[in-house]
Design a binder for this molecule. Structure first.
Ligand code: FES
Ligand SMILES: [Fe+2]
Length: 345
């Protein structure tokens, strides 16, 4: 078994929210890694993130009002700008000596990339894996977005993402896989920044869904810390790119965010048909993890085998190395080596 800490990595960008869920001049509350966040979008369209606790008497700031520029706490009306600086305390009398500029709410770095809002949980983004920029699709939002909450800690959700052996058992469907479709696979892997890549290959002939693309599709799948999987499918001049990002919410709950982008204009017409499949797929993963939790409650030792679980082992190694590198203030050294992995699935 790989030694590892189950706590999510800090000093990382995490997928916080699908950008379209946050309108201009609005704010909302969300807990990430057990920390209460206020996520907001100013009238200028820029996003920001603050700790969702008023420094006065602990009221969630998200219970107050936001005018697109400043947040007003609902309890005593203290006001804060989007950088977290206090700008007004209504109860102060005009000649009272009090420096409100000293009062600050913690601000978290927040950016919006290709329609998704990412927040940095930590103090120093230099040296951290950057927010991923997906290839082939330019700066625009996803064509399809779905999120599912899993009642499990981040490690089990991430390992579930990169587990090639569960497909024929968990994702059985006439349009995708069946037990009878199990056959031997051999895939080449190479280290990638803060992770690894399953190098470009033709998707399994049994994966009917890829046939929609026409031509000779090829796929490449990259995993990157902390919990990001990017699948890039290319066929001729067209591409479908899937981004899956696991966000630890807290208390053994994780959110799987799944954003799909494509360059085929007609695929948009199929969206109403496609969405139920994406949902069904994510629910199959969730249901199996809900059942797994019943066993994990007893904290059993786990047995990761070669080669089907090698990616899971790499994940634990990458995670441990990142935590150590940050603690020791040294550069991260990727522990993954080039390898061919073989399994049946
Ligand atoms: S608790 Fe926020 S102003 Fe008093
Ligand atoms: Fe799955």
């Amino acid at each position: 078994m790989e030694p590892s800490s189950a706590a999510p990595l800090r000093e990382m960008w995490y997928f916080a929210l699908w950008g379209a869920a946050l309108k201009r001049g609005r704010m909302l509350a969300k807990t990430l890694l057990g920390e209460p966040l206020l996520l907001g979008r100013g009238t200028d369209g820029d996003v920001f993130a603050l700790r969702d606790i008023c420094p006065h008497r602990g009221m969630p700031l998200s219970c107050g009002a936001f005018d697109g520029r400043e947040i007003e706490c609902c309890y005593h009306g203290w006001r804060f700008d989007r950088s977290g600086r206090c700008t007004a305390i209504p109860s102060l009398v005009p000649d009272q000596e009090f420096d409100i500029a000293r009062i600050r709410v913690k601000r978290y770095p927040a950016v919006e990339v290709q329609g998704n809002i990412w927040v940095y949980l930590g103090d120093d983004p230099a040296g951290a894996p950057p927010v991923p920029v997906l290839p082939d699709i330019g700066e625009r939002g996803p064509d399809l977005y779905e999120a599912v909450r899993f009642p499990c800690a981040i490690d089990h959700a991430v390992v579930g993402l990169m587990d090639p052996a569960h497909g024929p058992f968990v994702h059985r469907a006439w349009w995708w896989r069946s037990r009878r479709s199990i056959h031997e696979k051999a895939k080449a892997f190479a280290p990638a920044p803060f992770g690894f890549t399953m190098l470009r290959h033709a998707p399994s002939a049994n994966s009917n869904a890829y046939r929609l693309l026409g031509g000779k599709p090829e796929t490449e799948i990259t995993f990157r810390l902390p919990s990001i999987r990017i699948e890039q499918i290319r066929s001729g001049r067209h591409a479908v790119v899937n981004l899956t990002a696991v966000t630890p919410l807290g208390d053994g709950e994780s959110e799987i965010n799944h954003a799909i982008y494509w360059t085929l204009p007609w695929l948009g017409l199929l969206k109403p048909l496609l969405r139920p499949y994406v949902r069904a797929f994510l629910r199959q993963d969730r249901d199996v993890m809900v059942m797994q939790q019943q066993g994990l409650r007893y904290d059993p030792p786990l047995l990761l085998i070669n080669d089907a679980d090698t990616q899971a082992k790499w994940y634990h190694r990458l995670k441990n190395e990142y935590a150590r590198a940050r603690a020791e203030n040294r550069p991260f050294v990727n522990p993954v080596k080039e390898r061919m992995l073989r399994w049946r699935s």
